[in-house]
Write a protein of this length. Structure first.
Length: 433
């Protein structure tokens, strides 16, 4: 049988872990004493969904589970497998089960399966004919049928840490499955740069080091030298090479955020472009702009949030390099928008009280009373429907007694919030009269 880890196979295939001890990352799931590891070691596996970004080991983990639990590993694709093919596979799995052989059915990108395909899994999952392991990069709550999702345990896989990737790259250099027999000369600092460049994706890291080794300089003694110039070409992100401490990523996003907060569009655009030039994922920048729109602009200009979300969508639709101008559009708008952190303060103060104050019940007057018994016990008693009043509001307490009169949202005098502040003061004056 062909072994995809033979010498000519891609590095990622040759280095694929065969056990949990070789598996890199996801310590919160497969570390000593963690739930998933215990399930595997106790041979107590049920159907599950692996949700996480690309290249974090979803397929590899499924293969390890199949091997350790002595189950047949069968992989299906949403592109090539129709309902008929799926039922044939699962019927074969049911027959194997009767012979005492379990089948682990791995479905990569399970969110791409349509409703009929997902429904086809249900009866076989319920009967235990298959152990379904679905992998997805999308939120399973939105992309997977609720009936199927309710029968699966969801495990969230995280992007790999730089230390995990560096460890994996070091093994690639020293292992006989990798470049252990080739006398590759590469510095630990360079391995760290590749790990940072990969942004949590193991495949990207391994593909990059493979390209660097194959394009390295052959020395007189036969060794292969990977120098900084070769590495920079393989990553095509030259500015990452100066990031020797791992702090530059955070320094740059801080510079962008604080430049926008200080209403300096020139500096903000410069730092944004520095991040893009350094290889930063544009969607990461767009997510930070969405946060900034509410944290630092807020209701002073609510259009800021709409524009930031639109910039994220634009980046998602057209990608780099074209989307840089969409990000610049949002960055300049946010820089020039009136500023208010009133929403951020309100959010933090409310969280503080929830964490530290007693969890009081909802006041009776604003409770829902859908049944006769609930009405008789006082649910909804004293509720005033605001639309029935002349003022379109009522002098009715909505906070718990211990927090009555507490102010969380205190609008500033910038932009639209000036008018909001004036209206809120009139509302509070009327309610307290």
């Amino acid at each position: 049988m062909f072994d995809d880890r033979e010498t000519g196979a891609p590095l990622a295939s040759r280095l694929r872990p065969e056990s949990l001890d070789e598996y890199v990352g996801q310590k919160h799931l497969v570390g000593k004493g963690k739930l998933l590891r215990q399930m595997i070691e106790n041979d107590n596996i049920s159907s599950m969904i692996f949700w996480g970004p690309p290249g974090v080991g979803k397929t590899t983990l499924a293969r390890i589970i199949a091997k350790q639990t002595k189950a047949d590993f069968v992989e299906v694709s949403a592109v090539s497998s129709g309902v008929k093919e799926l039922k044939e596979i699962m019927t074969a799995a049911e027959n194997a089960r009767r012979m005492g052989v379990r089948t682990l059915l791995f479905t990569d990108e399970i969110h791409r399966f349509n409703k009929a395909q997902q429904d086809a899994f249900l009866p076989f999952v319920e009967k235990g004919s298959i152990i379904l392991v679905g992998a997805t990069t999308e939120n399973p709550s939105f992309e997977i049928n609720s009936a199927l999702l309710s029968r699966c345990k969801v495990f969230i896989l995280k992007a790999l840490e730089e230390d995990d990737l560096t460890e994996m790259l070091r093994r690639a250099v020293t292992s006989e499955k990798g470049f252990g027999n080739m006398n590759v000369k590469i510095e630990d600092e360079q391995l760290g740069l590749i790990a940072r460049f990969a942004n949590g994706d193991a495949r990207t890291a391994l593909n990059t080091i493979e390209m660097a080794v194959f394009n390295g300089k052959i020395q007189k003694d036969g060794a292969i030298l990977v120098d900084d110039e070769t590495l920079a070409q393989c990553m095509n992100r030259r500015s990452l090479l100066y990031d020797k401490t791992g702090e530059e990523h955070y320094n740059l996003i801080s510079a962008l955020h604080k430049s926008m907060r200080n209403s300096d569009p020139d500096a903000a655009v410069y730092w944004m472009e520095r991040m893009l030039y350094g290889g930063e994922e544009p969607l990461y920048i767009a997510r930070r702009l969405i946060r900034f729109a509410s944290e630092d602009v807020g209701l002073a200009d609510s259009n800021a949030l709409l524009l930031a979300v639109a910039a994220y969508q634009a980046c998602h639709f057209i990608g780099m390099p074209e989307c840089s101008v969409n990000l610049a559009h949002a960055v300049v708008y946010l820089s020039m928008a009136p500023k208010s952190n009133a929403l951020e303060v309100a959010d933090l103060e409310a969280k503080y009280d929830i964490k530290n104050a007693p969890a009081e019940p909802v006041p009776m007057q604003i409770r829902n009373a859908p049944t006769k018994l609930m009405k008789e016990t006082g649910y909804g008693k004293g509720y005033v429907y605001a639309h029935d009043t002349e003022e379109k509001m009522a002098k009715m307490q909505c906070l718990p007694d211990s927090l009555a009169g507490k102010r969380y949202y205190r609008p500033a005098g910038q932009g639209r919030e000036k008018a909001i502040a004036e209206r809120l003061e009139k509302i509070l004056e009327w309610k307290n009269s």
